[in-house]
Design a protein around this ligand. Structure first.
Ligand SMILES: Nc1nc2c(c(=O)[nH]1)N[C@H]1C(S)=C(S)[C@@H](COP(=O)(O)OP(=O)(O)OC[C@H]3O[C@@H](n4cnc5c(=O)[nH]c(N)nc54)[C@H](O)[C@@H]3O)O[C@H]1N2
Ligand SMILES: Nc1nc2c(c(=O)[nH]1)N[C@H]1C(S)=C(S)[C@@H](COP(=O)(O)OP(=O)(O)OC[C@H]3O[C@@H](n4cnc5c(=O)[nH]c(N)nc54)[C@H](O)[C@@H]3O)O[C@H]1N2
Ligand code: SF4
Ligand SMILES: [Mo]
Length: 757
């Protein structure tokens, strides 16, 4: 019988509602859910490919162990026991910090995994924690914590009401938004224009978003900080600073003015690549707009000076009166309030409480930057990393110096990956623990609901029953945490407590935690409980949890969400300050000390070096970081992994469309075909990441044949941002040469990977 199920796509941050038509286990069609009040029927080609993921023969469906005869299936009991024992043994031999953990991007898209993460982190207890954060949004988190007192308190562009939307280093038409959950962004941008608003894009490439913008300014990669400083300088100079309602809450205004006064448009123009007149006009336009939202994303947070740039974007919104007002950048009021719950759990943010062993890089929020992960494995001495846990990540493809990490993983004593596939990273594991696929578990998005452009909430139950003998992510993580805790337990009482915690988690399940979170949230009936929690701390939760879960409440519960399968719209974003501030004094210091120091040390920008080409990234609607490449429908056609290069540069190098280019640095080199065009700044090349799946042992049959090479084999991990040691993957210099022409011209990409050589 044909049945329709409503679900939420969890591949990117947009949370599109989907309608899945299926007959038993067979998926017949995937379409946009027109009744989802938020995504309004929008989907992209990736959602349709969820069926390929579901049916993919390469997707692992049971735990596997590596043996001399290759991968062999093992039981869950054996897999979890052995993993816990081996991790424990490594820690016994080499100390707590000899186990490293890495959490990849999909962790944030999987509520079950999110809920079970902290217990596992606690059970392992290592300081060697890493995640995709330090190749992505770390500077935003740092700025949110420093300015607003909570690393998860992101200002979100009120795209549906703004009159002026400035996008710096983001391409929402390809990415569908990030730290701005905005399904159907194309129509939302159309509406912006229809009401007379303006879209301005600042990007080294004329992107899909730039193509529909009213204004596009090419910017030299890595120079956003200078543009932002000059904009603020002009605002002060021309008496256009007007923080409005929030003015009485602000500290550090004098410092800000002083620190920016010398950064005139003339001083930065040449390096930035935008004329002084154009910079002045941008500043005036922002000030003149009744409501403006300035937004910076991956291009801004993963390029040089990202710490300062991310902070200055927020500052620019604040001093023009656009923070916390309709049509500016606003804070969400999420039904499952991870922002407040995180703060309660002591996760509001931290920086530099301790440093990494090899390079002395600062901790951020309990993690080290991925730029040191390989070196922590390769550098002998006390505290050397000997074992590795990866969850939903592919750092060999997504972190700088992929080859080096590839080599480092080879030398470990033990590695376990919790992942759906044998990819470039997980191929090094001793044991792989595959969770249920996207349509086999329920979907709830505590992270992305908290960064959405409207207040929305939705839960969808699994489309397919969990297959016999499969485990969800949260069950795997919980199983591992319980076993590790048991191995560490000293007393009978410890063991009883561990067993009780394990039983509790298995009883309430992921859905129980969603229910609890909703009840505790601002639309639940948990106001009183929240007060009690604030007073007594989160450790009182388990004893109260059952009462809360069982109690009858008028407010929002899981049942309300089950009754509304298309999701619930909780209205537009609303002003929330000062109440929502997590700073101790409930004020905003515009220039926290770390930014003060960093700004004082900022070098005067240099004009572009004509011999150097800067690489930037590129996302495509049919791709998703380093995965989803095993779907034929998404990868079909010509390889999209190529080098976009300006015709002027192509002429200089004597290359034409399709000719091969060699990109190299001290980290390594790759060869990719040229895509010659004028939609990119001269001196800049654009290359997508996550491609080149032909490494030995990778079990992705379609992806292997899709071509390309990994740009992160060329980007070095030694070039780090000066404050946080965050990765710099955008705006970094790369040597670009024409490849020696072979006698018979080969168009497919080849890769010179040291690990394979
Ligand atoms: N050069 C360059 N490098 C970049 C970027 C760039 O723009 N340019 N972007 C960076 C950014 S923003 C990010 S976020 C990172 C991403 O980097 P990572 O998070 O390290 O890698 P992904 O490619 O997202 O790999 C996700 C893995 O999770 C698995 N997976 C998918 N769903 C699930 C699930 O539900 N459970 C489990 N257990 N596993 C699952 C997939 O099989 C896949 O192996 O890449 C970064 N790297
Ligand atoms: N289709 C698709 N959607 C995705 C993903 C995907 O892989 N595919 N990945 C998801 C993830 S993990 C994330 S984090 C988001 C990212 O979402 P976005 O931030 O929108 O990411 P990109 O599309 O990479 O856009 C970054 C832009 O920054 C520009 N840029 C590079 N360097 C600089 C610079 O120094 N200054 C300025 N001003 N611009 C610069 C690049 O040219 C590029 O256009 O997308 C998410 N959505
Ligand atoms: S934009 Fe595409 S990938 Fe992202 S949630 Fe929507 S359908 Fe899924
Ligand atoms: Mo990301």
């Amino acid at each position: 019988m044909k049945t329709t199920h409503y679900h939420t796509c969890n591949l990117c941050e947009a949370m599109c509602g989907i309608e899945v038509e299926h007959r038993g286990d067979e998926i017949l069609a995937i379409r946009g859910d027109k009744d989802d009040p938020f995504s309004r029927g929008h989907v992209c080609p990736k959602a349709v490919a969820l069926q390929d993921l579901h049916h993919d023969p390469d997707r692992l469906r049971h735990p596997v162990k590596r043996t001399v005869d290759g991968w062999v299936p093992i039981s869950w009991e054996q897999a979890l026991d052995e993993t816990a024992q081996r991790l424990h043994a490594v820690q016994q031999r080499h100390g707590k910090n000899s186990v490293a953990m890495y959490f990849g991007n999909p962790t944030a898209h999987n509520h079950g995994a999110l809920f079970s993460l902290l217990p596992l982190i606690k059970a392992i207890g290592t300081r060697q924690r890493y995640s995709a954060t330090s190749v992505d949004q770390l500077p935003h988190q740092l700025a949110a914590w420093q300015l607003f007192g909570n690393q998860a308190m992101f200002p979100i562009p009120d795209i549906d009401h703004t009159d002026y939307f400035m996008v710096i280093g983001g391409n929402p038409l390809a990415s569908n938004g990030s730290i701005m959950t905005v399904p159907d962004v194309k129509n939302r941008l159309k509406a912006l224009k229809q009401r007379g608003g303006k879209l301005v894009v600042v990007d080294p490439r004329r992107t899909e978003t730039a193509a529909v913008a009213d204004e596009h300014h090419f910017i030299r990669p890595g120079t956003d900080v200078y543009l932002l400083l000059a904009l603020i300088q002009v605002l002060y100079k021309e008496l256009l600073v007007a923080p409005g309602r929030l003015d009485p809450l602000l500290d550090g205004k004098g410092d800000l003015q002083k620190l920016t006064e010398n950064w005139t448009p003339e001083k930065v123009s040449e390096a930035v690549g935008i004329s002084p007149e154009a910079i002045r006009k941008l500043a005036r336009d922002i000030a003149a707009a009744p409501r403006a939202a300035i937004y910076g994303r991956v291009g801004l947070t993963t390029s040089p000076h990202s710490t300062l740039s991310a902070w200055l974007v927020y500052v620019l919104n604040i001093i023009t009166g656009n923070l916390d007002r309709e049509g500016g950048v606003m804070f969400t009021k999420p039904a499952f309030d991870i922002v407040a719950l995180g703060a309660l759990g002591g996760e509001a943010g931290s920086f530099d409480r301790y440093r990494s062993r090899v390079h002395g890089y600062p901790e951020f929020s309990g993690e080290f930057p991925v730029t040191t992960l390989a070196d922590e494995m390769l550098t002998p001495g006390k505290g050397q990393v000997k074992a590795f846990v990866s969850h939903a990540g592919n750092p060999v493809m997504s972190c700088p110096d992929g080859n080096k990490l590839d080599t480092a993983l080879e030398g470990l004593e033990f590695m376990v990956s919790i992942d759906l596939y044998i990819n470039e990273t997980t191929r090094h594991a001793d044991i792989i623990l595959p969770p249920t696929g996207q349509l086999e578990h329920g979907q709830f998005d505590p992270v992305f609901q908290a960064v959405a452009v409207r207040n929305v909430v939705k839960y969808t139950p699994p489309l397919f029953e969990k297959p016999e003998g499969a485990l969800h992510d949260w069950e795997i993580l919980n199983g591992l945490a319980s076993r590790l805790n048991r191995l560490k337990a000293r007393t009978a009482r410890d063991r009883l407590q561990i067993a009780a915690a394990d039983r509790f988690m298995r009883k309430i399940k992921d859905t129980g935690i969603i229910d609890l979170g909703l009840r505790l949230g601002p639309y639940g009936a948990g106001g009183k409980v929240m007060e009690a929690l604030k007073r007594d701390g989160l450790h009182t939760l388990p004893s109260q949890a059952w009462k809360l879960l069982r109690g009858k409440h008028k407010g929002l519960t899981l049942q309300s969400l089950k009754d509304n399968p298309h999701g619930i719209d909780l209205g537009p974003l609303q002003p929330a300050l000062p109440e929502r501030l997590f700073t101790r004094d409930q004020r905003i210091n515009l220039v926290p000390a770390l930014y003060f120091r960093a700004l004082q040390g900022l070098p005067v920008p240099k004009a572009a070096n004509p011999d150097e080409m800067l690489v930037v990234g590129r996302r495509h609607i049919r791709s998703n970081n380093s995965w989803m490449h095993n779907s034929q429908r998404l990868v079909k056609g010509k390889s999209r992994c190529n080098v976009l290069i300006h015709s002027q540069d192509a002429d200089r190098l004597g290359v034409q469309e399709g000719d091969e280019l060699v990109l190299s640095t001290e980290a390594g080199s790759i060869t990719l075909p040229a895509w010659v065009g004028d939609d990119i700044m001269p001196g800049v090349i654009s290359v997508p990441h996550g491609w080149g799946h032909d490494r030995q042992g990778v079990q992705l049959d379609v992806a292997r044949r899709a071509g390309g090479a990994s740009i992160n084999d060329v980007i070095t991990s030694s070039r780090v941002e000066s404050v946080t040691a965050m990765a710099q993957i955008n705006g970094v210099p790369v040597k670009v040469e024409a490849a020696a022409k072979p006698k018979s011209k080969k168009r497919t990409a080849t890769r010179k990977a040291t690990a394979d050589a």
